[in-house]
Ligand binder design. Structure first.
Ligand code: MSP
Length: 684
């Protein structure tokens, strides 16, 4: 069993046959989040990633590039290392299987198994897939095609060396049965067990004749052969410990690993090949092998030929490393397959990050600046005891929920739990209305409580989100005036709801997550609509994330229900309210909209600039409601807008719609929807 004070985590080592893609980034980010979390919790962490540089795939890629394999590897390796730096990956070691030290460990193990008669030479005839570098049996092959990659297979007969894998079948079944956490998620564990319980496990060919493949580690007992790439690659998890950690003593301090993170496609090689290799070598098995799902892209399999490979570097350029990291783990439950699209990413960034944690920080700091001169006050009197109680309970429970979530690798639930605390704080600020409390001197003790609670919640949110978004959360704590060294174990007080925050001086800075207005994400939404329309799809039911092609109307149709909140330039004033027909009314498209952000238009007492979501699109609306409302209270509300009003400019700012409110020249109340109604719902 791994020692509990240590935490050792690995990613697969990636083939250097091409540049890194989202699949590589996914596992590595997930491993980094775990590594960072456990470091903060005081565990000694060893986080290993690296490159798989031998085998047919790499040899072929080098041949294609017209260079020798080693030069090819040396050329591509920095691409991975640079990407990990850009994504703030905190790995403790980076292994390359062409490292001489790794090669000698592989050879040592091979020799040992050979000496113990656990490796033997035999001839084999079968169907060989050169792409997957493996033989298939008669029953696997259908119509002459590889069952895995569907490429043609060829009949091949050759002498090879075999590892006596089959003799470990029962031991492996027993191990999996006795250790429910050994293979996760559960569905994958059942798959592996099912296969082992119903099929005979054969021996594993661990060599390739040099005549067919020369790029590999030479067998120490037969120079005509190189090692099968998987036997070489899997050993990395242990060879790395012998020569890579900078700290001493090295060796097996970090073995067995707590978690091997892998994609679902390479679970068998880990759960079966690697486990039996370890059994043969008399080494303990890792505690958990966790297989995550695969990403499709805009609903399609990701592939070079489709030209839809997601380049993580581009995601960092466009959205920032932290937003990309967040999205990867928030969008899909870890273990399941998921779909990547830039529009989903834009939505997630705007709603969870810009409007969520980013907005909570900004409104809290603005109030602390305005009402208590930039110093976090101590709590005074309860302002809203019920909500305060709720926040205290959620905040007190959060650290335990996070620990359970990280133990179980359910990143998404952790982020959901964090999101709930953010929403609770927003609701608290909305309802407590500190800007009103600030107007009455007798309410000062309540005001202090609201500010203090918000600041304490932000501290907890920052330490909770740090493993996911290290760069931004370091900025957040700095703005909050909370000194914390994230490179070390955090003091217990950092997670304690009751730890004081009073008297810290805040330093409000730039917004953590600026809203994304019209990046390629938005362009993509348009592209998707065009594509679907071309395919004859119904844009409303098939593409909920796309704007509907509806006509725009001008502001000249008088609206009985509108208080004229957005006043288009020089609206004609009819002498008496004319009657309109139902046809006239049907021209007006009323829709619900969720306010994502709100700010005053400079130099205007009345105008507030709103960013609203209609679900399928986002709009900017300038509304004359500034005398009635503070911008902060509007955020999160579901309002009603005229959606097909021709855009108009107010004080030079374009307004793409009109907000409905009761009142006349003076707005008395905004039309809001109390129930949970999706933004963009039609209002009739
Ligand atoms: N070199 C082997 C691993 C050896 S580990 C001892 C290998 N390399 S790989 O580069 O082909 O793949 C590495 C990882 O990327 C795998 O875990 C695989 O599941 C993952 N992914 C490849 N495409 C993916 C997606 N589209 N989505 C998510 N992960 C995917 O296999």
């Amino acid at each position: 069993m791994p020692k509990t004070s240590m935490f050792s985590i690995t990613t697969p080592i990636y083939y250097v046959n091409d540049i890194p893609h989202i699949g590589h980034a996914y596992t590595t980010v997930a491993a980094d989040v775990l590594a960072r979390y456990w470091r903060l919790r005081g565990r000694e962490v060893f986080f290993l990633t690296g490159l798989d540089e031998h085998g047919q795939k790499v040899q072929q890629a080098a041949a294609k590039a017209g260079i020798d394999p080693q030069t090819h590897c040396d050329k591509l390796a920095p691409q991975f290392e640079t990407l990990w730096k850009r994504l703030n990956i905190s790995n403790n070691a980076f292994i390359r299987t062409t490292d001489p030290q790794h090669k000698s460990v592989v050879q040592r193990y091979l020799q040992r198994l050979y000496d113990e008669n656990l490796i033997y030479k035999d001839s084999y005839t079968g169907w060989y897939c050169s792409f997957d570098e493996r033989f298939w049996t008669e029953k696997d092959v259908e119509s002459g095609l590889c069952p895995d990659c569907k490429r043609p297979v060829e009949r091949l007969s050759e002498h090879n060396y075999f590892f006596r894998m089959g003799q470990y079948q029962n031991r492996l079944i027993e191990h999996i049965t006795a250790h429910p956490d050994f293979i996760r998620p559960e569905s994958r564990r059942n798959e592996v067990l099912g296969f082992l319980q119903t099929q005979k496990l054969g021996d594993l060919s661990i060599s390739r004749p040099k005549s067919r493949l020369s790029w590999g580690i030479e067998l120490p007992f037969d120079m005509d052969y190189v090692t099968y790439v998987w036997f070489d690659a899997l050993v990395n998890y242990i060879s790395a410990l012998e020569y890579l950690p900078r700290e001493k003593p090295v060796g097996n301090r970090f073995w067995p690993a707590n978690v091997h993170l892998v994609g679902k496609d390479i679970l068998t090689t880990h759960a079966v090949y690697w486990s039996t290799m370890l059994m043969a070598l008399n080494l303990p098995l890792p505690a958990t092998i966790f297989a995550h799902g695969w990403w499709t892209v805009d609903g399609e399999k990701m592939s070079k030929s489709r030209g839809n490979v997601v380049d993580p570097n581009k995601m960092v350029d466009e959205f920032g490393a932290d937003a990309f990291r967040y999205f990867l783990l928030r969008e899909v439950p870890f273990g399941q397959d998921g779909d990547f699209s830039q529009s989903a990413m834009v939505t997630s960034i705007n709603s969870d990050l810009a409007n969520g944690i980013g907005n909570l920080l900004s409104r809290t700091l603005t109030m602390i600046e305005r009402f208590t001169n930039g110093t976090i006050p101590a709590s005074g009197q309860p302002a809203l005891p019920e909500l305060e109680e709720k926040i205290a309970r959620a905040a007190t429970q959060l650290p335990t929920i996070l620990e359970q979530g990280f133990n179980a690798l359910i990143f998404r639930d952790n982020l959901q739990g964090i999101g709930e605390l953010i929403s609770l704080c927003d609701e608290y600020i909305d309802k407590a209305a500190p800007w009103k409390l600030a107007k009455q001197p007798e309410d000062a003790p309540k005001l202090k409580t609201v500010l203090n609670y918000s600041a304490r919640a932000l501290r907890l949110l920052a330490v909770s989100l740090y493993p996911f978004m290290p760069q931004t959360m370091a900025l957040l704590t700095r703005q909050l005036g909370y000194e914390v060294d994230f490179s070390k174990a955090l003091p217990v007080s950092a997670y304690h709801w009751d730890s004081p925050m009073a008297n810290l001086t805040i330093a409000k800075g730039a917004s953590l997550f600026p809203r994304i207005e019209s990046l390629s994400g938005t362009r993509q939404i348009k592209g998707e609509l065009e594509k679907k329309l071309k395919q004859g799809a119904n844009p409303v039911s098939d593409t909920p994330a796309t704007p509907q092609p509806v006509p725009t109307i001008t502001a000249t149709i008088p609206l009985a229900t509108s208080a004229g909140v957005v006043t288009p330039p020089a609206p004609p004033t009819p002498p008496a309210p004319p009657q309109i027909t139902i046809d006239d009314f049907m021209k007006i498209q009323l829709k619900t909209a969720k306010v994502l952000s709100a700010e005053r238009v400079p130099k205007s007492e009345k105008l507030i600039k709103l960013h609203v979501s209609l679900g399928t699109e986002q709009r900017q609306i300038v509304a004359g409601i500034g005398k009635k409302y503070e911008p902060d209270v509007l955020v999160g509300k579901t309002i009603v807008i005229v959606a097909n009003l021709k855009p108009a400019k107010l004080m030079g700012i374009e307004s793409q719609g009109m907000v409905l409110a009761a009142g006349d020249a003076d707005v008395r109340g905004l039309l809001t929807i109390q129930e949970e109604v999706d933004p963009g719902t039609k209002v009739k």
